[in-house]
Design a protein around this ligand. Structure first.
Ligand SMILES: Nc1ncnc2c1ncn2[C@@H]1O[C@H](COP(=O)(O)OP(=O)(O)OP(=O)(O)O)[C@@H](O)[C@H]1O
Length: 769
């Protein structure tokens, strides 16, 4: 780059930084002013709440005043939040004002556009920096030099792209720049990817690749499926996508209307900083088991990891049953089951109050029997609900007919009595002066209404349906039909296990979703119309039934599913096309799009060459040209494991910041922890409750490392006994691809065939002699 260009760019940067400085000073003053106002109002508000509330009239006045004060507080707090956000944006921009520039010619007019994490305008309203999500910025990520287009709200706009430049700016100084003619050049990526990993993920806006950009800027697909190899930037892309969507639909979409289903809690904290670093609030985040547990209140749903651990000891039979219960054909069987269900077979229970049945199962069943069986079951259930809600309303209307009401009223304290006269705001709603008799009746009715609220809730939530008994019955139904060609005893054993777990308030993973389906099919409930986007990471770990449930639960939402069919830790790896076909059938009648990411960015090319060699369909993986050491396979005897482990941990730490020791199971992770105790190495043992990682040496089972990355990985006990099965290929591939820079595999005992096959991609060390 010539001297004049450097000077010109340095000059522009100085100008932008100057502007940020003066904007910052102004923003700081505005923020302080807003903060001062909030504190003053809050202090005042606090003082006002101490007004004597015992005198009824005073209390009324206080209520109205408090309401007014609250509005004022809400307004000043909001102003403070806005000024604070502006201040934060400017502070971020000061650190790194922009990372890219495009020169375009649009309708014959040349224009230069700088691109950064947020936009910045000068005092005349000209853009000094454009937000990376602005329509025009699309050219930076998409186009090669020459004719290019970008998407505007009114359709595609054509331009000529004349120049594309990337900058590295640190501490307000221009460190480096490159001109590039295609997409984002490799020099910048080399620099970013060569760095040491972090316990927190970073945003990638300055180096988004063209194929990733398609994921980020897609606003039209109802179902966007991203099949991407390990380290191809799926998680990064989905997070930038969320930031993009929030920008794109600022008026109609907020972060609470987006849910990201994540594989575990550690992953949640790993990605927590990405959206805030882009000036956005985080979306909601939940693991699937947490989501199920919240919907099945009071029961603990098994996590995928617990099941994985359980399956390691359980027999093939239980896995076969799981498979049958997770294939979406089961929903057809469930519909058939429900169609043939008679009122006697509906698992109703009494709705009870004060130790007795308020509405008994018998009377509810009798009512159901009066309805024509030609009506769909869900309609009959809802008619029953409506009928009993009406009965309840009549009981309240005729409160005098219930003996206990008058008796209870006698025993009411003065303040309880007074509160019956008023609404939640404290306004008197019952007039005792003009017609005392009518007034008294109304008080009684209000009293009864409150007393009977649990009955109302129970009816509203269909608590009279014992869904667990019903599900047990469904399993018996499957047993009678030897469903999926599995014998009756197997199904009955499954039913036994379900009932046994239930006694301890636990549910197996595969049962939970089906129970929710059963409940929703029978009651017509369970949908959330509010959510607009559902993103699912590690989609290969979800059964079709589970994905179908998400679609059922969020009928208005658009879905983004991301995953890697080869990282299937819990089942057989599948070809991406096969997986997509199954999704297409599940999510029918929608605009669907599949994007494949074949290029891997995380690991060195040596590590990825090895990972590809062991991957079930490794030939699809392209690696990014970043060189490092070949992976090491160290073969040892069991009594050498502790010393070898200590040696590798120590050696890797000479060069790397984080070293993760990954095992197949939690039990094995514990065994590693004991070895490290013996050798005096410090470490952190991670289990599925862990929410953060601090130590430089981490020990965890591979399934908790999903989605994460570490500078160096030690695969512990990669031997024939633990990795002999063909299904282990996906596990080994996942393990290897967690490493950014170095990989060591410790083989204790016989070398598994998968490693022997990948012979040429590794350096062998045999320490047994
Ligand atoms: N365009 C990019 N620019 C800079 N870094 C990138 C880019 N794409 C991906 N990366 C980096 O590559 C690594 C892997 O990205 P990410 O975790 O998003 O991949 P993934 O496909 O979700 O991986 P996996 O399925 O293996 O968990 C991260 O460190 C990420 O920052």
């Amino acid at each position: 780059m010539d001297q004049a260009t450097w000077q010109a760019e340095k000059h522009y940067l100085a100008q932008v930084i100057d502007h940020i400085h003066s904007a910052l000073a102004q923003a700081q003053a505005e923020y302080e002013q807003a903060h001062h106002e909030t504190s003053a109002v809050e202090a005042n508000y606090g003082a006002n709440t101490s007004i004597n509330t015992l005198e009824v009239d005073d209390a009324m006045e206080t209520n109205a005043e408090i309401q007014q004060q609250r509005n004022i507080v809400a307004r000043v707090t909001q102003t403070e939040a806005i000024t604070q956000k502006h201040l934060q944006t400017l502070t971020t921009l000061l650190h790194n004002p922009y990372f890219g520039r495009v020169d375009i010619v649009e309708d014959g007019v040349p224009e230069t556009i700088y691109i950064g994490t947020a936009s910045l305008q000068d005092d005349q309203g000209n853009f000094l920096v454009n937000d990376w999500r602005a329509p025009i910025s699309g050219v930076y990520y998409n186009g090669a030099l020459g004719p290019a287009t970008y998407q505007t709200p009114n359709g595609q706009q054509s331009v000529t792209l004349v120049k594309k430049r990337q900058f590295t700016i640190a501490d307000q100084k221009l460190k480096n720049m490159f001109d590039t003619d295609v997409t984002i050049g490799d020099e910048m990526l080399q620099h970013v990817l060569g760095q040491q990993g972090d316990e927190k993920m970073h945003n990638i806006v300055s180096t988004i690749q063209q194929e990733q950009n398609q994921i980020i800027r897609d606003t039209s697909s109802d179902l966007l499926v991203v099949q991407g190899v390990a380290g191809s930037g799926k998680t990064s892309a989905v997070l930038q996508r969320i930031a993009f969507l929030l920008f794109h639909a600022r008026e109609t979409l907020n972060a609470d209307q987006i849910v990201l289903f994540s594989p575990n809690r550690l992953y949640s904290s790993y990605i927590a900083d990405v959206l805030p670093s882009l000036g956005e609030r985080n979306m909601r985040q939940v693991t699937f088991a947490e989501f199920l547990t919240a919907r099945l209140q009071g029961l603990q749903v098994q996590t995928l990891f617990e099941r994985y651990e359980q399956n390691a000891v359980a027999g093939q039979a239980s896995r076969t049953i799981q498979k049958a219960l997770e294939d979406d054909q089961i929903l057809t069987a469930m519909h058939e089951y429900l169609e043939q269900l008679s009122p006697q077979e509906i698992a109703l229970r009494d709705i009870r109050l004060r130790g007795q049945a308020w509405f008994s199962a018998t009377e509810m069943r009798e009512y159901l029997q009066t309805l024509p069986s030609a009506y769909p079951l869900v309609d009959r259930m809802q008619m029953m609900q409506k009928d009993f809600l009406e009965r309840l309303a009549r009981q309240i209307e005729h409160s005098g007919e219930l003996d206990f009401v008058a008796e209870d009223m006698q025993g009411l304290s003065e303040s309880d009595y007074q509160s019956l006269l008023r609404d939640e705001e404290g306004q008197v709603v019952i007039d005792l002066d003009s017609d005392p008799q009518l007034g008294e009746r109304k008080i009684e009715q209000r009293y009864l209404e409150q007393k009977l609220r649990p009955i109302d809730d129970a009816l509203y939530n269909f608590s009279m349906l014992d869904i667990y008994v019903q599900y047990g019955d469904f399993l018996a139904y499957l047993a009678d039909r030897t469903y999926a060609g599995l014998n009756r005893d197997l199904w009955l054993a499954k039913r036994e296990r379900f009932l046994h777990e239930l006694e301890f308030h636990r549910l197996d993973y595969e049962d939970a979703t089906l129970i929710l389906f059963l409940r929703d099919y029978m009651t017509g409930a369970g949908t959330n119309q509010h959510m607009q986007y559902i993103c699912v990471d590690e989609m290969q770990d979800y059964s079709l039934v589970q994905l179908k449930y998400l679609q059922h639960a969020f009928p208005k939402a658009k879905f983004t599913l991301l995953g890697d069919s080869q990282q299937a830790l819990y089942g057989q790896a599948q070809k991406p096309e096969a997986l997509l076909k199954r999704y297409q059938a599940t999510f029918s009648n929608q605009r669907q799009r599949l994007i494949k990411l074949n290029k891997s960015y995380r690991s060195t090319k040596e590590i990825m060459a090895f990972a590809s060699a062991v991957a079930p369909a490794g030939d699809e993986i392209e690696t990014f040209e970043r060189s490092g050491k070949k992976p090491i396979v160290s073969v040892m005897k069991p009594n050498q494991a502790a010393a070898q482990l200590h040696h590798f941990v120590e050696d890797l730490h000479q060069r790397q910041k984080t070293v993760a020791i990954l095992t197949q199971t939690q039990a094995s992770a514990k065994a590693v922890a004991q070895l490290l105790e013996q050798t005096g190495d410090s470490y952190q043992l991670i289990d599925d409750q862990a929410r953060s990682r601090q130590a430089k040496t981490l020990v965890m089972p591979i399934y908790l490392a999903k989605g994460l990355e570490f500078d160096a990985v030690i695969g512990y006990d990669v031997s024939q006994t633990s990795y002999g099965a063909t299904s282990s290929a996906g596990v080994l591939y996942t393990l290897a691809s967690r490493a950014l820079h170095e990989l060591v595999l410790m083989t204790i005992g016989d070398v598994p065939a998968t490693l022997t096959q990948a012979n040429q991609w590794v350096d062998w060390q045999d320490v047994r002699a």
